[in-house]
Ligand binder design. Structure first.
Ligand code: AMP
Ligand code: GLY
Length: 456
């Protein structure tokens, strides 16, 4: 099989682990004990990402039973849903004990940044995802930028500002275009790419007025280039590169309008060649994982690097400490390896692990409620999901709910219609054909997902 351009390392490259561990990892005794044991798994989250993860987990021969909280109606077809609040760590631990949960898979970033994995670990429960300290790679832009500076990781030049006056003074010195980022988690809304000074000043003032809960911002040099997402599993010292994808952040066709959580994605990202993946791994990922290990808080979980391909080479835009949404909806249909084995190995030891991908491309189209990313109306009926779609088409739920027997919209991003195809163009045709088979008057989608790759 000829590997897709950005599946890295190419399948069958089994010496890769040996060459690429930071150190040789000690074999974890509890991994050995549980190596062939079937696992009760609790999946946390309620988005399209978690529905896609659930679809991977249920095909694992290692799975005994899958639970999910809070989940959504799509996940509810694959898992037993639990209703506890995932912000209540004691309730999550109690649920795990009551249901003999062996492994918790944390989907979204907020519980990671809040330290859920630490609390589970203190209770003796294995979990997929980084500790609170390591999750700062996503939770604090300043933390990540300081690591980049110390370890010489290519990224935009930056300053951290702790008060409005110094931030405004720096803006005036640098001029526009310039990028302003709130320091903490901001659900994708904390970044302003300001093309004019007025916009930049307004963004700084909003941050120091407490709009994002904190009083720190990072001001960055504006970078230009194509963006791609690169996903790597880490166990603290060993790395296992997964795959690449490209998201579509803007709400409008041709990448116009406000930023969203993501309106569609495809994998692999044509721009991330095998050589570029290797460069990103060497110059960005490995030094980051080393930095966390040096700090005494090894990074475990998936590291999602947002990369921009500038004229000077690939640079880091940001890290996320979890899988991407909607990128996971295109990674999971392409994954041939056992997802549960891989996530378990990330929490224990990735030594010797390899990963196999479908050589076909996958593309997902997000159906969002009218008004998204602004105010949306909930409760509109969605019909047509029970029909047989073409082979290789999957519909992942995000903001859906059941109103009696009826499926209704219950959020901004509502469905993800995903298709495999021999090329991104073919996957696109198949995904939009399925989109047009769904009857939802309250929704809309972008009609150009994949345009950049197809234009190439
Ligand atoms: P982030 O949340 O850091 O990924 O930023 C959201 C989006 O803002 C990114 O996907 C980029 O499109 C854009 N962005 C962030 N930082 C920069 C930068 N330094 N230069 C240009 N665009 C950026
Ligand atoms: N697709 C963007 C994100 O998951 O943050």
């Amino acid at each position: 099989m000829v590997p897709a351009a950005s599946d890295f390392p190419p399948s069958g490259c089994d010496n890769w682990q040996k060459k690429n561990s930071l150190n040789s990892a000690p074999f974890m005794p509890d991994t050995r004990r549980m190596q062939n044991q079937k696992l009760n798994v609790l999946l946390l989250g309620s988005g399209g990402r978690e529905h896609a993860l659930a679809s991977g987990l249920v095909s694992s021969p290692r799975l005994k039973k899958l639970y999910a909280a809070p989940g959504n109606p799509g996940i509810g077809e694959l898992a037993e849903l639990a209703s506890m609040k995932i912000t209540d760590h004691a309730a999550v631990v109690a649920f795990c004990k009551a249901h003999a949960i062996d492994f918790v898979v944390v989907g979204p970033e907020a519980p990671l940044v809040a330290g859920l994995v630490d609390d589970l670990s203190s209770a003796g429960i294995a979990a997929f995802g980084p500790s609170k300290f390591a999750a700062q790679l996503e939770g604090s832009k300043g933390f990540t930028k300081d690591i980049c500076a110390k370890y010489n990781i290519p990224t935009a030049a930056y300053v951290r500002c702790h008060d409005q006056n110094s931030a405004l003074a720096y803006l005036r010195k640098m001029g526009a275009p310039i990028v302003i980022k709130a320091d903490g988690l901001a659900a994708g809304k904390g970044v302003t790419v300001a093309m004019a000074m007025g916009e930049a000043e307004a963004a700084v003032k909003a941050i120091f007025a407490g709009r994002f809960g904190g009083a720190e911002c990072v001001i960055e040099e504006f970078l230009e280039g194509e963006e791609a997402s690169f996903f790597v599993l880490c166990d603290g010292e060993n790395l296992l590169p997964l795959a690449t994808a490209q998201d579509h952040k803007r709400v409008g066709e041709g990448d116009t309008g406000p930023n969203t959580g993501g309106m569609g994605a495809y994998s692999p990202a044509a721009c991330m060649t095998v050589a570029l993946c290797a460069e990103v791994l060497e110059t960005i990922i490995k030094p980051t994982v080393k930095a966390l290990a040096d700090m005494g808080h090894p990074y475990k979980g998936v590291l999602y690097a947002g990369i921009i391909l500038t004229r000077e080479g690939p640079k880091l835009i940001e890290y996320n400490a979890r899988f991407g949404d909607p990128e996971t909806q295109v990674l999971m249909p392409r994954l041939h390896s056992d997802l549960l084995e891989l996530l378990w190995a990330s929490a224990h030891s990735l030594k010797g692990k390899t990963v196999e991908w479908d050589s076909r491309a996958a593309l997902t189209v997000v159906l969002a409620a009218k008004g998204y990313p602004g105010e949306v109306q909930k409760g509109s009926h969605i019909n047509g999901l029970n029909q047989e779609f073409e082979k290789g088409v999957e519909v992942f739920h995000a903001g859906t709910a059941l109103d009696g027997e009826a499926l209704v919209a219950n959020g901004g991003r509502v469905l993800n219609v995903t298709a495999l195809g021999a090329s991104i163009a073919e996957a696109q045709v198949r995904a939009y054909k399925a989109v047009d088979q769904i009857d939802w008057q309250g929704g809309f989608c972008r009609r150009d997902i994949g345009w950049r790759a197809i234009a190439k």
